[in-house]
Design a protein around this ligand. Structure first.
Ligand code: CA
Ligand code: CA
Ligand code: CA
Length: 299
């Protein structure tokens, strides 16, 4: 299916009922869907998609803009790898709707120009998250719903890839610039997105521990989409910690050490065994003044 390829011939498609099936789609115009079922294959082009109802499935969506509202359901076919990465210049999600955008285990690039969509993306992820069940409306992952060790990471490319100015990098096969948000199916706790949960991630979380301004992202240790870095995130990280006992963290906040011990002690064996070396470390900290008494343990 080709829409808008010749400027004005067929610039738009309105699906308000029934079924539309295409093996692949090039949309340089506008697709508007209010109900019915659309199966579009890989979707490329400079066009826009606006969906307020029905279900749209695709291998990926690479479009200028995507808008979801109402009862819309978008499903990206699982297992796409680099070939399944969706790419948008703008993503609009009506927070009052019951719409769902299911990325399954695929990645999403939002290559914006000026204003970061991170707050809106975090909000849509937070909405869907449902404390790990991934059952509510929002930007969701049916793969994470079936595998609670995973979630959808979200981060600015500038931060994760060290980009600034006009510099670019390749991420999951996509060229991204400093004004891009990266969303991907990731191990919960893998702050630095290297596909393992280990000390480097713990350090990142520790550096941001106690942050409560609602603006943190996954790269800084927010694994439950509230924009804060606290005990809940630490527990998430601990559940996937794969490199044995976390080493002692010189200079870490005293309350962080206590929370660290508590987070790891809540785990089934063999993780609970990790508590012993940490507890020993805590004992050595007794009597020392907290480095920052203003920071309170999160609960
Ligand atoms: Ca950009
Ligand atoms: Ca990692
Ligand atoms: Ca958090």
């Amino acid at each position: 299916m080709i829409l808008g390829a010749y400027k004005t011939a067929h610039p738009s498609y309105l699906l308000s009922n029934g079924t539309l099936t295409a093996t692949k789609t090039t949309n340089n115009g506008t697709i508007t869907q209010s109900s019915g079922t659309a199966s579009l294959g890989p979707v490329n082009g400079t066009g826009s998609i606006s969906i307020t109802g029905g279900q749209l499935s695709a291998n990926y969506l690479r479009q200028s803009s995507l808008s979801l509202g109402g009862t819309a359901q978008i499903v990206i076919t699982p297992g796409g790898g680099n070939a399944g990465v969706s790419r948008l210049a703008a993503l609009s999600f009506d927070p009052a709707s019951t719409a769902k955008f299911d990325l399954a285990d695929n990645a999403l690039v939002v290559d914006y120009s000026t204003t970061s969509p991170v707050p809106a993306i975090r909000s849509a992820l937070s909405s869907a998250y449902a404390n790990g069940a991934w059952t509510d409306p929002g930007i969701t992952s049916s793969s994470a719903a079936a595998n609670h060790s995973h979630g959808l990471s979200y981060v600015e490319a500038a931060e994760a890839l060290g980009l600034s100015g006009p510099s670019t990098a390749t991420w999951n096969g996509q060229t991204v610039d400093a004004t891009t948000v990266l969303v991907s199916y990731s191990l919960v706790g893998d702050a630095n997105l290297d596909s393992t949960v280990g000390f480097a991630d713990l350090v990142k979380l520790a550096q941001n521990y106690g942050r409560a301004d609602g603006s943190a992202d996954w790269f800084q240790g927010d694994f439950n989409y509230d924009g804060n870095i606290d005990f809940a995130d630490l527990v998430k990280l601990a559940q996937n910690y794969g490199a044995g006992a976390p080493p002692l963290m010189a200079g870490a906040l005293a309350n962080f050490q206590g929370d660290l011990a508590a987070a790891f002690s809540n785990l089934p064996e063999p993780f609970g065994m990790l508590l012993l070396p940490i507890a020993g470390f805590i004992l050595t900290q007794r009597g020392r003044a907290p480095l920052d008494s203003a920071r309170k343990r999160a609960s």
